[in-house]
Design a protein around this ligand. Sequence first.
Ligand code: SF4
Ligand code: SF4
Length: 97
Amino acid sequence: MSEIKEFAFRQTPPAVPIRFDETKCIGCNRCMEICMIDVMTPGETGQHPVVSFPDECWYCGCCVMECPTGAISLHHPLMNQTRWVPKASLLKKKEVE
Ligand code: SF4
Ligand code: SF4
């Protein structure tokens, strides 16, 4: 009889689309109000909002543009970060090799 092996499932942490710079945030909540799909909920008074529904983010960047102090940065998931390369440059590279 073959041995039964146990495999541990690796948990993938949820994507974190938005990061706040607490040294710049003034707690105005403009980022939360502009978000059309309510990714954020209000934080404590004077603090940045809480990213309550990170998986719902569309990466539209509206919250980043709305922030008056530049306290938000958007972090695209890895699969969105792939670098697009024009086909012509690949063909040229192949000719050189
Ligand atoms: S990037 Fe767009 S969808 Fe995502 S939290 Fe900001 S405003 Fe909302
Ligand atoms: S808009 Fe900018 S300053 Fe205002 S709460 Fe959001 S992150 Fe903070």
